[in-house]
Structure formats: C-alpha cells, structure tokens
Write a protein that binds this ligand. Structure first.
Ligand code: UGA
Length: 434
C-alpha cells in the first residue's frame, strides 16, 4: 500500500486528484464541507463530467482505497494533505483566499506531526511561504504542487502530465521528493524548485497561453486586411519547434474558469510588485474586444455592413460552452457574444451538445435539435469548436434557413462542404469564398 493521502475540497481539482491518487495505489480520504456532495460521492455519483472520472471514483470506492467524508478529523493520521480549495476572483480580480484562511488553521489543530501539507489548486505567489503561520505550526513541511489540468482532459492530464512541479523552501527537500514520488508512475519530468517559483510557474503558464491566443486573434484580423490566411500563417509558425502548433487557432476569445481568472490575478500581483506587465494587459484588452469583432462580422454577414442593424434578425448559434468537450459556461466567449447580439436586437436560438439551458437569461432559446437553429435564420454563427458540427447535414440546414450564410468564428467547418450545400462561409482570418 502507498501513502495515506488527505484531500481537502472535492471540487474539480480535488476530486480528480483524489480519484487519480487512489488509481496510483494510495489510500485517499477526501474531505468536503458539502454534506450532499459527500453523500453522493460516497455512492459513486459524480456530477463533474470528466472522461474517466466516474469510473475511477467507482473503482476506488469498490477497492476501499477512496473515501469521502465531511469530518476533517479523519485526516488525522494522513501522511500528506493536499489543499484543493477554491480561490475565486474577488470583485477587484484578486484571488479571494477566504476559504483557505478559514480551513488551514483548523487543519493546523488536527494534523499529526510531520504530515506534509501540499497546495494543489492555484494560489497566489507567496501562499506556501505563509502557510506555517496560518497553520500555527512549524513541524508540518509545506510543498507547492500546482495542477495543470485542462477541463475535459483532467484525468488524462493528471495521469500523463507534461511536468510535475514541487516547490519547497529550500528547494528539493525531503518533503518535495516525497510528493514527487507520488507521481513516479506517470514518468513525468519533475521540477524541484522553491515555492515561489512553483506558484509563479502556474500563473506564468496560463498567462502565456492567453498571450499566445490574443496574439493569434490579432494576427487573424491582420490576415483579413492583407488577404492572407491565418491557418496557413499559424501552420507555418507552429512547425517551428520553438513556437509549437498548439494554441494558434483564432476564435471568439479565450475564456473558461482559469485563463481569465489567472491572467487577472497575475496582473494584480505584478501591479502590487510595481512591475509593468504591459504585454499581459494588452492580451486581456485584445480579448475583451474580440466579442465586438464577432458582432461586427455577424452584422456584415446579415446586412452587408459592419454597422448594420440586427434588430429583429433571427440568428442560429452553434455552441455556447467556452470550448468543446465541456458544458461549462463560466466566462464563455460564446455567451458574451450571444449577450451582445441579443442587446443589438437579434433573436437567438442556440444548440450546444453539452448545454441544456443558460441559467439567468431569457435572451437565448436553447434547443436540443441542432437543425432547429437554422429555422428562418438570417445567419448561423459557430461559436464553440464541437467537431460534430462538421457532420451536420448542411444542405438540410440551408433548406430551412432564411439566408444560407455561416459566420464560423472557429474556422471549424470545411468551406467546400458548405459551398456544396449552398452556404456562404465566413471564417476568421481567412478569405471569404469567392
Ligand atoms: C487551462 C490550461 O490550458 C490548463 O493547463 C490549466 O491547468 C487550466 O487552465 C487551469 O488553470 O486549471 P482550460 O481552462 O480547461 O485549461 O482551458 P483551455 O483548454 O486552456 O482553453 C482556454 C480557452 O482558449 C478556451 O476558451 C478555448 O476555446 C481557447 N482556445 C484554445 C482558442 O481559442 N484557440 C486555441 O487554439 C486553443
């Protein structure tokens, strides 16, 4: 048997970590304050839609290597305890550490001497260094071990990570090596460093991805002006090993629960430190104007002018989630565009394979049947890159649309297939089909 691992917080990061550590041969106790969530998880009911997660939870419960409880006291005896607590953005964009600051002193009163305390969910730089004081103990080694899990790929990313970071002060301590050993079966390279570098590496990675995406979104705009094709430009750039092919596809902007939150937190941290992180501020600014660009493209497609009126125009939207493979609407650029289109007077019907309704809005009618979005539509707007949209019967969609035009903000569809079906296809950063 491996280590006895405690996980505090059964959210997205905590539950994935708990299930995966039990899969890697450890005994895991996962604590959460939410009674009904703990009750459901104990019965194997997983509400987070992550491929493979429910199976791992079921297996861990059956093997008795995984248990869920509301009783923090059950963490007494754990060899390592992972903090997987939420740090949502406060109103000013800084991370709210309220939950962490409440729970950590409680843990300090109950953990056994020598227990390693690990920060897993994203926390501001300097948090690990603050923990001994928050714990009220100096006999509990602290390790910063940030996660790099993508939504929709969390289990895969946990079990096959690109890298594992363990930050302690001083670096490469026995506690850091103990945490790194947990990931040994994954074969991933380990970066053993100081805690501030480990914490900053997480923010730096997400912020870099955000900069890369805003860069390509501006590039797409430039391609339109120069008559170039952003797909060809990105492909050429991506073949350079120093640049890499990922995160070079333009879209309606980057969103989700991580990139916007982490870029904002890093910007605030830089500002507090008196460092001008202009390039990151610009990436955020570019992202904020991306939705207006999409709305202009839709106005152009429907009225022939980028300033034309959308009042009363029926529009069909394909995709609402912030990316394919998830039903997550948090900070979704697709929803932001939908809001703007509704404010401009358009009537919206939307389909997303993973979204049944949009809570708190009546401006978008969500339908189960993708073919209903085309009914009498003045345009169809593709906002999320679900591959199944490619396989729709586009001739059937054309038959029920008022005007057969598609604004494809993800360059997802094949213009030849659409032309065959009678659709005009307007991609992003590409030449309109002549
Ligand atoms: C992101 C990071 O990719 C993970 O490594 C990190 O662990 C995670 O945040 C986190 O901090 O927990 P995720 O939020 O799941 O993961 O989303 P991404 O897959 O990174 O996508 C972010 C946004 O970029 C989406 O809106 C997506 O549509 C957009 N995107 C991505 C593009 O517009 N073009 C691309 O080529 C790639």
């Amino acid at each position: 048997m491996g280590e006895h691992i405690g996980i505090v917080g059964a959210g997205y990061v905590g539950l994935t970590s708990a299930a995966c550590f039990s899969r890697l041969g450890h005994r895991v106790t996962c604590v959460d304050a939410d009674v009904s969530k703990v009750d459901e998880l104990g019965r194997g009911v997983v509400s987070i839609a992550e491929p493979g997660l429910a199976e791992l939870v079921g297996q861990g419960l059956a093997d008795r290597t995984l248990s869920f409880t509301t009783a923090q006291a059950e963490l007494y005896g754990a060899d390592l305890v992972f903090l997987c607590l939420p740090t949502p953005p406060a109103e000013d964009g800084r991370p709210d550490l309220g939950v962490l600051e409440q729970v950590v002193p409680q843990l300090g009163r109950l953990l056994r001497p020598g227990c390693v305390v690990v920060t897993k969910s994203t926390v501001p730089v300097g948090t690990a260094a603050r923990l001994p004081r928050l714990l009220g103990r100096d006999d509990l080694p602290v390790v910063a071990n940030p996660e790099f899990l993508r939504e929709g790929h969390a289990v895969e990313d946990f079990l096959h990570p690109d890298r594992v970071v363990v930050g302690t002060d001083p670096a490469d301590s026995p506690a850091a090596r103990r945490v790194a050993r947990l990931y040994e079966p994954t074969g991933a390279p380990v970066v053993a460093t100081d805690s501030a570098s480990a914490e900053l590496a997480k923010y730096a990675s997400n912020a870099f991805l955000a900069v890369k995406l805003s860069y390509v979104n501006v590039l797409a705009e430039l391609c339109e002006r120069f008559g170039a094709d952003v797909r060809e430009v990105s492909r050429t750039m991506g073949l350079d090993a120093r640049i890499g092919p990922e995160f070079l596809a333009p879209g309606p902007g980057w969103g989700g629960s991580c990139l916007p939150k982490d870029t904002s937190a890093l910007l605030h941290a830089a500002e507090s430190a008196g460092v001008d992180f202009g390039i990151l501020r610009d990436a955020v600014r570019v992202n904020a104007r991306q939705r207006a660009r999409v709305v202009r493209a839709v106005r152009q497609a429907v009225t022939g002018s980028p300033a034309g009126s959308l009042a009363g125009a029926r529009l069909g939207l394909l995709g609402l989630a912030f990316k394919a493979g998830t039903g997550d609407l948090r900070d979704s650029p697709a929803l932001a565009v939908a809001d703007d289109l509704a404010r401009a007077g358009a009537e919206l019907t939307a389909h997303d394979p993973a979204v049944a309704c949009v809570p708190g809005t009546s401006s978008v009618q969500v339908v189960d049947d993708p073919y209903l979005v085309a009914k009498d539509a003045a345009a169809i707007v593709v906002l999320t890159e679900w591959p199944e949209f490619r396989d729709l019967d586009w001739a059937r969609l054309a038959a029920s649309a008022d005007r057969a035009v598609v604004v494809d903000t993800r360059n997802l569809l094949d213009p030849d297939v659409l032309a065959e079906a009678g659709f005009a296809h307007l991609g992003v950063g590409t030449h309109p089909r002549r």
